[in-house]
Design a protein around this ligand. Structure first.
Ligand code: ATP
Length: 425
């Protein structure tokens, strides 16, 4: 067995896509008589600043001879990578042996690449240590992702699928011809095994990208047959080729359990706390709310639901001081960008100025520590009274809508959460 890992071939302006390069390498290998057993699409730490879009790295599992696989992969990378963009730094690593046979440190490297920041030297040290063949262009940063993709199969245990349909190269950069109605119908047919195909609330076909690259559409889900069938139900311009990928998308594997005192920028967490400030909508429509460990004096962490998270912001605006939450998301410059949160306990009462039982008007303060009274009727109360609150939230998990989902974030519809869920679709 041979595992081919590759990364960093595309450019935001010029297009291309590493999944396409991997599919092309697989195609060449097959044409030369090799068997390709699997293509792995591993999403790495979404917080790394070098990423073009979704921080994807790819691995090809094949029975091809490692030397032969290396030369085919290098040829495809050299001709397809968008190296005209100085931020594109392709990397290729080829390991001999099966994907489950990789050494412990390569598997750990993959785990770290999903949750932390790594240096190029971390990758080159391992490449040398294990004698892996490698190639790179530019600064060679792509070797981090390439090596992580090789370790990914052993490092991770939860997998989903994406079936990607590619455009004919003559159409790259032109508007995509995809029949919207067929996309929404196919999405209904495939749901809930196939998720994040469309955003019904925003009326958006999420599976069709807007970038200049080769992808026509990609279907994501729990079942390989279902994602393929949903793709087949779409009416569109001709599909030039297609490929099924095994992925860690939709798994939340980037999240680590954290606490409010010890969060670090550039990592993603699952954090318990209490709402410590009234939600505030700031310029641009971004909504902010503070989370504190216990009392209001404890360490606070600002949490944000940015404008692109659309209707999710209403959920955040519905929070009140004192609500107990688990908040999930990446911390960047000291702010947690909310991807989902669980309401553990809602504040259901508030203390208000009493009303007069006779005239039903609000009582007035009778002076410092003297309680309240109604001057007209002569009634009085010792202090504020408790009143029930109507809440627009229930306990359980809330999430951003499909149009704002990060590739690696787990949609609630996939299940396995520790409280009731309120899935967006
Ligand atoms: P592409 O479709 O080309 O893969 P992308 O959005 O996935 O685009 P890349 O262009 O691959 O992003 O850029 C990500 C770069 O960051 C790669 O060079 C990769 O090796 C590197 N990288 C990935 N994860 C980490 C990490 N945890 N620490 C440091 N560098 C990383």
């Amino acid at each position: 067995m041979t595992v081919v890992g590759l990364d960093d071939t595309d450019s935001r302006e010029h297009g291309m896509c590493t999944t396409y390069v991997a599919a092309q390498i697989a195609e060449r290998l097959r044409r030369q008589g090799a068997t390709v057993s699997r293509l792995l699409l591993v999403r790495l730490n979404p917080a790394v600043p070098y990423k073009t879009r979704g921080n994807a790295a790819l691995a090809i599992h094949t029975d091809a001879d490692p030397k032969r696989a290396f030369s085919i992969a290098r040829d495809r990378l050299e001709s397809l990578s968008e190296t005209a963009d100085e931020r594109t730094n392709p990397g290729l690593v080829v390991a001999e042996g099966g994907p489950q046979d990789v050494p412990d440190d390569v598997s750990e490297f993959a785990e770290q690449a999903i949750r932390k920041h790594l240096e190029i030297s971390d990758a080159t040290a391992l490449l040398e240590c294990h004698g892996y063949r490698s190639w790179h262009a530019g600064d060679g940063r792509g070797r981090i992702g390439a090596l992580a993709a090789i370790g990914g199969r052993r490092a991770l245990s939860e997998w989903t699928y994406e079936h990607i349909s590619y455009r004919d190269s003559s159409r790259w950069g032109t508007p995509r011809e995809v029949d919207r109605e067929s996309v929404f119908d196919a999405a209904d047919w495939g749901y809930p095994d196939v998720w994040d195909t469309v955003d019904r609330g925003e009326d958006e076909a999420v599976c069709v990208p807007h970038t200049p690259g080769p992808i026509l559409y990609g279907m994501r889900g729990d079942d390989p047959e279902a994602v393929r069938t949903v793709a087949e139900r779409i009416q569109s311009e001709p599909v030039a080729s297609s490929q099924l990928f095994v992925t860690n998308q939709g798994t939340d594997v980037h999240l680590q359990d954290g606490d409010l005192e010890s969060v670090v920028d550039g990592r993603a967490y699952r954090i318990d706390g209490r709402v410590a400030s009234e939600p505030e909508t700031r310029r641009g429509g971004h909504v902010f709310v503070d989370l504190a460990a216990g009392s209001a004096d404890d360490a606070r962490l600002e949490c944000a639901a940015f404008e692109p998270t659309k209707r999710f912001r209403d959920r955040v605006r519905a929070l009140r001081v004192g609500d107990r939450l688990t908040a999930c998301g990446e911390v960047s410059r000291g702010t947690l960008k909310l991807e989902k949160f669980a309401v553990r306990e809602l504040v259901t009462t508030e203390r208000v100025t009493p009303t007069c039982p006779d005239c039903e008007r609000r009582m007035k303060s009778a002076g410092r520590n003297q309680g309240y009274r109604c001057r007209d009727c002569g009634t009085s109360r010792d202090g504020k009274v408790e009143r029930g609150l109507d809440r627009d939230l229930e306990t359980g998990w809330y999430e951003v809508p499909p149009c704002a989902r990060r590739h690696i974030s787990k949609p609630l519809v996939r299940g396995g959460f520790d409280a009731p869920t309120h899935p967006e679709r």
